[in-house]
Design a binder for this molecule. Sequence first.
Ligand code: GLA
Ligand code: ZN
Length: 676
Amino acid sequence: MRWDNQVKKLPYGGDYNPEQWPEEIWDEDMALFAKAGIDTVTLNVFSWAAIQPSETEYDFSKLDKIVNLVTEHGMQIILATSTGAHPAWMAHRYPDILRVDYAGRKHKFGGRHNSCPNSPTYHKYAPLLAEKLAEHYKDQKNIIAFHISNEYGGDCYCENCEKGFRKWLKEKYGSIEAVNKAWNTTFWGHTFYDFEEIVAPNLLSEEGEWGGRCHTMFQGISLDYRRYMSDAMLDMYKMERDAIRKIVPKAAITTNLMGFYKPLDYRKWAKEMDFVSWDNYPSPTDPVEITAMCHDLMRGIKDGESFALMEQTPSVTNWLPYNALKRPGVLRLWSYQAVAHGADSVLFFQMRRSIGACEKYHGAIIDHCGHGDTRVFREASALGEELKKLGDATMTMETKAKVAVLFDWNNWWATEYSAGPSQDLNYREQVSKYYASLRKKNIDVDIVFPDSDLTGYQVVIAPVLYMVETGLDERIRAFVEKGGIFITGFFSGYVQENDLVVTGGYPGKLRDILGIWVEETDAFPQDACNHFSYHGKVYPAKLLCDLIHLEGAVALDDKGYLEDFYQGMPVVTKNEFGQGKAYYVATDSDEAFRDVFLEDILAEAGIRPLLETSKEIEVTSRENETGILYYVLNHGEKAGNFDLPVEGEELLTGETLTAGKYQIEAKDVKVIRVLK
Ligand code: GLA
Ligand code: ZN
């Protein structure tokens, strides 16, 4: 990734809102920041109303003071554009900026992340504000990045959005006939004769919520609306980005993403961002592998480039039903976990806890007590000190994974819009299961996408690859032909990019690669299942069970399904294809099965864990031409150990570690550099 203006160490700090405080407090902040080793602040995230009090006035005086203050104290600035929440006067005068929700209700002023992506008012004033900011601060040398808006998200169904949708469709399809074909509108007599007849799919039209899940009667239109909304919000970002770029051509520009955020196709977004940044807020009960996967997703969307950890809480959130504290040591541990997966910054929300509104009980470096004699401040200061010493030793290094897991937003939307075969099918969860099994074995994993270059990987796993977009089957075919190992499973290969079924037998275009034909699929509620046996041990066959015929592949399980009328039909299959192999797992089994199955796969590929460790120790690697860094993170409650096969230097202590077995305390971290 690239920060601007030659950043020399991991930026440490985060969201700072001094405008919420009297100026006397600011000096206290500066003193405490110095004590905590804070060197970077994100300013101006929600100040639109302050900076632009009316249509024609722009007032930077307060922001100038803040910028000068932090600059005098030697800090770097990430300058936000403030467009994540519009001013009340704007909403009052120009209601087109307000959104219409899924149920068709026009919103009033309130909240944030609340502007209609197609509002002419927003299109006029948001980029103008970005431009004015860029103009005003273009010579400010300590700005290391521009941060556009904040956590884009949600959706809108207003008339301007509907109009925009029709335009988007015209550009995509060219003619109304092509739209009808793509959406299969002869079903239920939905043929359109004019683009004007098309309305947004929501509760008032094609969609509804059943069983807590969004359903649609026409997947084609709903899918296209998702794509369109993601694009419309990306256009909001691009407008501001271009406005800044006009004035500061070399600016490093980003916006803060949210990991697995379903409404926005971040793979597409990343292509428009100078670097990816994201906000990491795992709930205290999330397994550490899930956090790891989010980081890897954020690294993956920009093809492996390092990213910025833009926000995390130092201690506690305010928006969960139960906001548990980060336990002692976890602030440091999770900060390094981000770095271990590719982060080139450690930033927090927020620097000082506010006194009013919904985030007053959100954790901060400086608490309401106003001094630094707190557990959180001490932990933050110790980390600040450590990161100073670490300097740039960990920056801009790459993860060289041999295993990739495929993820796709279009497939996510399509799989979960699908009416049938099971309401319990959760795409992200299915992908997570494979990812987590690999992560627990301390294998580095890249998250890849349908348009990613697969060469260089030895194993590619694509769970529930329901939608195979044009060209993806060719890329998979080439990958396997050249010797790659490909794994997929149930509910894969059914449809092309418009959610139209590829006829001739499932799994459609993947059929020859996998050497199987899926004739039917059985579905189970959560308390029921079939079974199968693998290497002599019986495992559950849950959720969905494909009924498979072998067409060149061989069955690897012992006797096929063990029950029901499809008893004996294969569950795990392997097809030799070109120089490679393609595996199919016809059902959703448990962790124990995935463990054994993946061990077989990794053994076949000759891939070993990065380091041998006791349980609950996570190991990742990042490298450059000269060396490789092993990050060893003990997420457990007890001391654990790891084997170091060669000599290395532990960067946090400066110790030389000869090859051998080492202990690592609970919640501790080691960063070990091994020279190449
Ligand atoms: C998000 C936002 C911040 C803040 C935090 C609280 O990440 O970007 O402004 O609201 O959540 O967790
Ligand atoms: Zn709208």
